[in-house]
Design a protein around this ligand. Structure first.
Ligand code: DLL
Length: 431
């Protein structure tokens, strides 16, 4: 553990610490952010009402729309002279979301990312290749600060130029890799296509996140890169990567809840769901200085995992996020996340992890077509064999998810490869 005192703090002590920090943070934003002062006044709440961690439910939510309405710096709780870094999330819809950090916030980022890498066994003797994009996206610099905080030799590769990535990996003896799971696959594919033996690499671990990925995808990446793969979760609004991380139990993400309080709510009613039930993830940043968001609705869907973890951490765990409410498809009344389709596809022998989902409207109904890339040998194979495979995939999806879909095979390498976050869904209903 990078920080055993914090990561395995007795639960009551942690809860008390959260209460103190929450109360101090609410006072701070009340004094410094007019938006929050108005919002709390409208809700009839004064900072004195927030004394313990349980009081969090009294506070109003913050949404992405609130961030947009206060674009770019309206929610900052410190003067710009105290801000040392600005990031932004690209935002597929509407204006981008802008986030800021003070010196202490960057220090905190280093701490929570060091815990993340430490949970995967990284030490200062490791060599880290950071292949998330550097820039306004938080992946690259977030990985960077964590790796340097531990004291690793850190290679700021950024994303893209896969040939160069692999050469660096070989020559610099990178022992851990940070990138999106889809880019990890692109790298694995390059290694295979160029007959590069895995023994020529020193890679042992990978820390993948920034998009949903399934257990089956984990196994595929681990096998093809010969590594142990860890899921890492975060979002710019909260800090970037470093909000949640996996330990070697690989069963859920520990949340750095001494800094980011976790709640799971029913997205319809806004009420907390019982522990273990799926709902929308909500975070409150209780120690950040520049942008301490109160009950920020992430639109990500997960559930809390109860019980103690064999790793000794007391930090709460949540399940791998299934996806975002905005990415959820409603196909003939059934809610479907792209990750569920991925899960079914990757259970089936011999299929490539390259797929895309096309959603179209057919009269009043939505129609889902799953494009699946074939391997060279399948592509030149018999039509009868392909027809049988097509039927097998359709019935696997239908029996698991309860929806009928079309399955279309496409030529090898015809589905786009990704260097950052993958685009899995093409929604033609909105075009
Ligand atoms: O993706 C921060 C990050 C960088 C996390 C590198 C992990 C690694 P944003 O660009 O603001 O920030 O996007 C945040 O990505 O709300 C989730 O929907 C999704 N996401 C992030 N990590 C995971 C994950 C970064 N491990 C949004 N599993 C979040 C599923 C994830 N979804």
């Amino acid at each position: 553990m990078y920080n055993p005192a914090s990561e395995s703090m007795p639960v009551e002590q942690l809860r008390a610490l959260q209460g103190e920090r929450l109360s101090a943070m609410v006072k701070r934003v009340y004094e410094n952010v007019p938006f929050y002062r108005n919002k709390l006044q409208q809700a009839g709440i004064s900072p004195e009402d927030i004394r313990t961690a349980d009081d969090i439910v009294k506070l109003p939510f913050t949404t992405k729309q609130d961030m947009r309405d206060n674009y770019p710096f309206g929610l900052f709780a410190v003067p710009m002279s105290d801000v040392v870094r600005i990031h932004a999330s690209s935002g597929t819809t509407g204006k981008q979301t802008v986030v800021g950090y003070t010196k202490n916030d960057i220090h905190l980022w280093g701490e929570v990312m060091a815990r993340t890498l430490g949970a995967g066994g990284v030490t200062k003797d490791d060599i880290g290749q950071i292949s998330y994009g550097y820039g306004l996206f938080t992946g690259g610099l977030g990985g960077n600060v964590g790796s340097e905080t531990i004291g690793c030799a850190t290679i700021p590769c950024s994303t893209g130029n896969t040939r160069r990535q692999v050469t660096i990996m070989q020559d610099f003896k990178s022992s851990f890799l940070l990138c999106t799971p889809s880019y990890a696959l692109t790298i694995a594919e390059y290694i295979e296509d160029n007959h590069i033996p895995l023994e020529s690499l020193s890679l042992k671990k990978g820390f993948f996140g920034a998009e949903p990925w399934t257990e089956n995808m984990r196994r595929e990446i681990e096998r093809r890169l010969g590594i142990e793969a860890f899921d890492i979760y975060g979002l710019s609004e909260v800090i970037g990567p470093g909000v949640g991380f996996e330990c070697t139990e690989h069963n859920g993400l520990h949340i750095n809840e001494d800094h980011f309080m976790l709640e799971i709510i029913d997205p319809e009613t806004g009420k907390p769901v019982p522990d273990g039930e799926q709902g929308e993830i909500v975070f409150t940043c209780i120690t950040k200085e520049a942008l301490p968001l109160i009950r920020y609705r992430t639109r990500d869907i997960a559930h809390k995992i109860t019980g103690t973890c064999s790793c000794g951490r007391t930090l709460v765990k949540m399940s791998k996020p299934a996806g975002r409410t905005d990415d959820m498809l409603i196909i003939r009344g059934v809610n479907v996340f792209p990750s569920q389709i991925e899960s079914v596809l990757m259970e089936l022998e011999g299929l490539q992890p390259h797929y895309q989902l096309i959603v179209e409207r057919e009269g009043p109904l939505d129609r889902l077509t799953v494009l699946i890339e074939l391997t060279e040998t399948m592509f030149t194979g018999e039509v009868r064999m392909l027809e049988a495979l097509n039927k097998k995939i359709r019935s696997a999806i239908e029996s698991t998810l309860g929806i009928a879909v079309n399955v279309k095979f496409v030529a090898p390498k015809s589905i786009e490869r990704f260097e950052g976050k993958a685009v899995r869904v093409i929604d033609k209903r909105k075009l």
